[in-house]
Design a protein around this ligand. Structure first.
Ligand code: SAH
Ligand code: SF4
Ligand code: F3S
Length: 446
């Protein structure tokens, strides 16, 4: 029997979808080495936290979690604790020095070394591996996924954009892409296992490249694998949203008409300081172009409130941009200074209560717009992919529209993975409620 067979590993994932995809890669690596991936922390010989470093509050959450793992660690002295992901990469050996319960620190490009690090840790030796790579894509690793409807598939890693506020280029290193054939093969495999939706992932997915193939080529090939498979992708940087990509989204029926297009601010002065490489006007014209090509498209965005030197006037321009674009949804954050970034040197001069107030204002604007957009859908027919019972009740089912809106239906007895045609009866700013008209196995018939 393999010496690892009885060792159980428990992994908790924080941060973005890249981390969710990485946890499946880590699980794949460990599974291949004979470890058992477990879902009950009480059974774990090793606990890993796959962490995020994008804002200070993401890191504070991890410190909180470590503090609350302490009793478990004290109770079971052989238990190993490891930090993976972006915080591991950012804080490196200081994590082990400051947190004596941490045994392993392993950055996003070093996951192949985890079996060795774990063996050393069980032997009582702490270990740190945080080298970033220009080539690592884990292209040959089979991610360990539980059965499901929807899968995350990382197609590229890293980011070369260096937005001045962002740690990602430091924690994830340079951009690099997987081979197009390997991605397509992985999608075929997912389809044969019953997955009905894939989301192609990259910090900056539109700059995917494999030789002569760009992201639009990849998207077209993935969409061609199965016409009943829904294909999504995230995140798109406005600078890399090419005409060819827009045409591809428009042309492929099973590529979802939903684009996450972070704008960050509506002020040209702030956008320049952020190193975003576009102006508000550029962005608005891009949105118009997308809407002309894909009339029913849904758009979402990310916005930062209180970037260094942001004035009331800059803030007002952000509100105006939001009112002009009318995003279907937005993720909104208070600016959080990150060491080593360019913005860090600009100071953090917007007082916290001002950041808080501006954040609240943009949240309110967005909630109103989302509510109005959702209300206009009342009475319309939508095709939704059923994901399972809703969080609130076993009797209600939940699914999403092509445009990524959550729909709750007040019936049960369905199977996850079915497409159903639903009439929308009511709406809030976050959720649609509907009644089923027809069920279908395929996307086109529904
Ligand atoms: N690559 C993606 C996601 C990056 S992180 C993109 O370019 O959109 C997700 C979001 O977090 C960013 O879009 C930004 O809005 C926010 N963010 C990043 N760094 C931040 C910081 N230092 N403070 C506050 N929000 C930040
Ligand atoms: Fe960060 Fe900008 Fe790269 Fe997004 S594009 S990960 S915000 S540096
Ligand atoms: Fe966070 Fe790293 Fe993702 S910093 S947002 S987990 S790339």
């Amino acid at each position: 029997m393999d010496k690892h067979t009885k060792r159980s590993i428990y992994i908790e994932t924080y941060g973005c979808q890249m981390n969710l995809a990485d946890t499946e890669i880590v699980s794949g690596i460990l599974d291949r080495q004979g470890y058992r991936i477990c879902t009950d922390i009480q059974e774990a010989d090793a606990v890993f936290l796959n962490t995020c470093a994008v804002r200070d509050n993401a890191e504070q959450r991890i410190y909180g979690r470590l503090a609350n793992l302490k009793p478990l660690k004290n109770e079971r002295s052989h238990m190993v604790i490891g930090i993976l992901g972006c915080m591991a990469e950012r804080l490196r050996k200081s994590l082990i020095e400051d947190q004596d319960m941490v045994d392993i620190v392993c950055g996003p490009d070093e996951y192949r070394n985890l079996p060795m690090l774990i063996d050393d840790a069980f032997g009582g030796e702490k270990g740190i591996r945080v080298q970033l790579s220009r080539v690592e894509t884990y292209d040959d690793i089979v991610p360990l996924r539980t059965e499901g409807i929807s899968a995350w598939v990382a197609v590229m890693r890293g980011c070369d954009k260096f937005c001045s506020f962002c740690v990602v280029p430091f924690t994830r290193g340079r951009e690099r892409s997987r081979g197009i054939h390997n991605v397509v093969r992985e999608i075929e495999e997912l389809v044969s296992r019953g997955f009905r939706e894939v989301t192609l992932l990259g910090q900056n997915v539109n700059s995917y490249r494999d030789g002569d193939h760009d992201f639009a080529d990849l998207l077209r090939k993935v969409a061609a694998v199965d016409s009943s498979l829904r294909v999504r992708f995230t995140t798109s940087h406005p600078q890399d949203m090419s005409d060819k990509l827009i045409e591809t989204v428009a042309a492929c029926d099973n590529v979802c008409k939903y684009i996450h297009l972070p704008v960050q601010s509506g002020s040209d002065r702030i956008l320049e300081l952020m190193n975003r490489t576009y102006t508000a006007d550029h962005y608005l014209r891009l949105v118009e172009k997308i809407r002309r090509a894909i009339p029913d498209v849904a758009l979402s965005t990310d916005i930062i409130a209180g970037f260094p030197t942001e004035t009331e006037e800059d803030h007002r321009m952000t509100v105006e941009l939001m009112e002009r674009v009318r995003f279907d949804g937005a993720f909104m954050f208070k600016y959080s200074p990150r060491e080593n970034t360019r913005a860090y040197k600009m100071g953090d001069d917007v007082p916290d209560e001002v950041k808080g107030r501006r954040l609240q204002e943009i949240i309110t604007v967005q909630r109103d717009v989302s509510y109005q957009i959702n209300r206009q859908l009342i009475g319309s027919m939508q095709t939704i992919l059923l994901e399972g019972p809703s969080k609130r009740s076993e009797k209600e089912w939940m699914g999403r529209t092509d445009t990524n809106k959550t729909v709750i239906i007040s019936n049960d007895g369905y199977t996850a993975g079915e497409y159903v045609r639903v009439r929308i009866d009511s709406a809030t700013s976050a959720t649609l409620f509907g009644t089923v008209a027809t069920i279908s196995e395929s996307l086109s018939a529904a």
